[in-house]
Design a protein. Structure first.
Ligand SMILES: C[S@@+](CC[C@H](N)C(=O)[O-])C[C@H]1O[C@@H](n2cnc3c(N)ncnc32)[C@H](O)[C@@H]1O
Length: 412
C-alpha cells in the first residue's frame, strides 16, 4: 500500500542540507563525540526515495560509500538511472523494505528523514534496530519525525480530511474534493458567531495546508499512518535500543537537557525534530559550549550566502547541476542546497561546462528567445520580441543570471 502510493505519486526527493554527513560530523564533534570524517565514511539512507538527497552527496564525495533503501520500485529505478548517467561508482540504491534489511555492514552515518512518524510501530522499531545493529562504534544516526504538541491541531485537520474523503475510492477523487472541502470549512470557521480560539487555530492550520502541493497532501494528509510523538517519547524509544541522544540537526537547536528541550517544545508548539543518536557506549570527550555550536551555524549559513560572487570568463557548474537542470527546474549547489532555477538559468545551465564564454552563452539564449522557446519580459512584464531589444536585453539577463548562479554556489 505505501509502496503503491509512492509509485503512483513519487516524493519530490531533494537535497537536505541538515542531513549531510559533513554537517552531522561537525555537530557531533562540537558535542564532544569523535565521528568518522566523511572521506572514509559509509553512509546509509533509509527511505531514500529516488535518491535526490544521497546522489548529490555521492557525486561530491567519491571516496565515501553510500547505500540507499526504499520500498518504491519506481523511485529506485529513477535514482538508478541518475547513478548510471552520472557514472557514479560509490553508491547503490536498493529496492526493499527496511523490515527486510538484515545486513552486517556497519555505517558511520545513518540518515532517516521524513519516515519515522509515517510508518507503523514494527517499522519504527526496525529503524532503531538498524541504528543499533548497523551503526559503527563512532557512528551518528539522524532521524527526523513530527512532534507533539505542534501536530495536535495538524492531526485534527488530517482526521478531518480523512473523514471527509473516506467514501472516495480513488486518490484522484479524494484530492479533487479537498479544495472544495477547505473552502467550506474556511467559511464556517471565519463566521463571527463560531469564532473561538479553536476555530482560529484550525483556520491557521487550514491556511498552511491549502498551500501544500498535491504531493504533500497525498503523503502527509491522505497517508495511511501518521504517528507524531513527543520528543521525550522518541528519546525513550531510542534508549530501548541502547541509543543516546546527541542533539538536534536543525539550524536552531536550542540546547539543554531532555526535560528542558521537551519544555521548550511545549512552549514553542514545536512540530518537527531531526535528532542525532549514537551508541550509548560512544564515549563523550569534551563537550563544547552551546555558544560555539551557534557560532558554527552562523558560519555555515554565511558560507552559503556568498555576497561577493565571482563569475569566471568561461563559467563552470558541476556536471551534477547541469544534468539535473535538464530533468527538473531545481538543482543541488555546492552546499547541498536545493536551488530553484529561473527559466533563463535553466536554459543556460547545460552550457556552463567551462567551454562557453559570455558572448557564446548570449548567442544560445538569444536563439532560444527568437525561436520562442524562451521568453524575456521588459520592466512592465511585457514579452520582448523586437530583435534589437532582444540583443540588448540578452547580455544584461545573462550577466545577471550568471552572477545569481555564482552567488548561490552553483559555479566554481
Ligand atoms: C516521505 S518520503 C521521504 C523521502 C526522503 N527521505 C526525503 O525526505 O526526501 C518516505 C519514503 O520512505 C519510503 N518508505 C516508506 N516505508 C518504507 C519501508 N518500510 N521501507 C523502505 N522505504 C519505505 C517511501 O517509499 C518514500 O520514498
Amino acid at each position: 500500500m505505501i509502496a503503491q502510493s509512492y509509485d503512483d505519486i513519487p516524493y519530490e526527493s531533494n537535497a537536505l542540507k541538515q542531513t549531510h554527513p559533513l554537517h552531522l560530523y561537525q555537530l557531533a564533534s562540537y558535542y564532544g563525540f569523535n565521528p568518522t570524517p566523511i572521506e572514509n565514511a559509509r553512509v546509509l539512507e533509509l527511505g531514500c526515495a529516488s535518491g535526490g538527497n544521497i546522489i548529490p552527496m555521492a557525486f561530491h564525495f567519491p571516496s565515501t560509500l553510500f547505500t540507499g533503501l526504499d520500498l518504491s520500485a519506481k523511485q529506485i529505478k529513477q535514482g538508478n538511472q541518475w547513478i548510471y548517467d552520472l557514472q557514479l561508482k560509490n553508491i547503490a540504491l536498493r529496492c526493499m523494505s527496511i523490515e527486510d534489511f538484515h545486513d552486517n555492514e556497519k555505517f558511520d552515518y545513518i540518515i532517516c528523514h521524513g519516515l519515522y512518524s509515517w510508518v507503523d510501530e514494527p517499522v519504527r522499531d526496525k529503524i532503531l534496530q538498524i541504528c543499533h545493529d548497523n551503526l559503527s562504534d563512532k557512528g551518528v544516526a539522524y532521524i527526523s519525525y513530527n512532534t507533539f504538541p505542534g501536530w495536535v491541531i495538524g492531526n485534527t485537520l488530517r482526521d478531518l480530511i480523512l473523514f471527509a474523503t473516506k467514501d472516495r475510492r480513488w486518490l484522484e477523487d479524494k484530492i479533487n474534493q479537498i479544495d472544495s472541502l477547505f473552502a467550506i470549512y474556511q467559511e464556517g470557521l471565519t463566521q463571527t458567531q463560531t469564532q473561538t480560539e479553536y476555530s482560529w487555530l484550525l483556520n491557521e492550520e487550514l491556511k498552511i495546508v491549502s498551500e501544500h502541493s498535491v504531493n504533500q497532501l497525498v503523503h502527509e494528509h491522505l497517508s495511511e499512518n501518521h504517528c507524531p510523538l513527543y520528543f521525550y517519547q522518541f528519546i525513550e524509544q531510542a534508549q530501548r535500543f541502547h541509543l543516546n541522544y546527541i542533539g538536534d540537526a536543525t539550524f536552531f537547536d536550542e540546547g539543554g537537557d531532555i526535560a528542558e528541550r521537551q519544555n521548550n517544545d511545549f512552549i514553542q508548539n514545536r512540530r518537527f525534530r531531526s535528532s542525532l543518536l549514537c551508541h550509548a557506549a560512544h564515549e563523550k570527550h569534551n563537550s563544547t559550549q552551546h555558544e560555539n555550536i551557534k557560532q558554527y551555524y552562523q558560519q555555515y549559513l554565511a558560507l552559503s550566502d556568498n555576497k561577493f560572487p565571482i563569475v569566471s570568463k568561461k563559467p563552470h557548474a558541476s556536471l551534477l547541476a547541469r544534468y539535473q537542470s535538464q530533468l527538473q527546474q531545481h538543482v543541488t549547489n555546492y552546499f547541498h542546497e536545493n536551488i530553484l532555477l529561473t527559466p533563463v538559468a535553466q536554459a543556460l545551465m547545460p552550457f556552463l561546462d567551462g567551454q562557453h564564454d559570455l558572448p557564446a552563452l548570449c548567442q544560445i539564449i538569444k536563439k532560444l528567445i527568437i525561436e520562442g522557446t524562451l521568453e524575456i519580459v521588459d520592466k512592465n512584464l511585457q514579452p520582448i520580441s523586437n530583435e534589437s531589444e532582444i540583443e540588448e536585453n540578452t547580455i544584461k539577463i545573462c550577466q545577471e543570471t550568471l552572477y545569481l548562479l555564482a552567488s548561490r554556489a552553483l559555479l566554481d
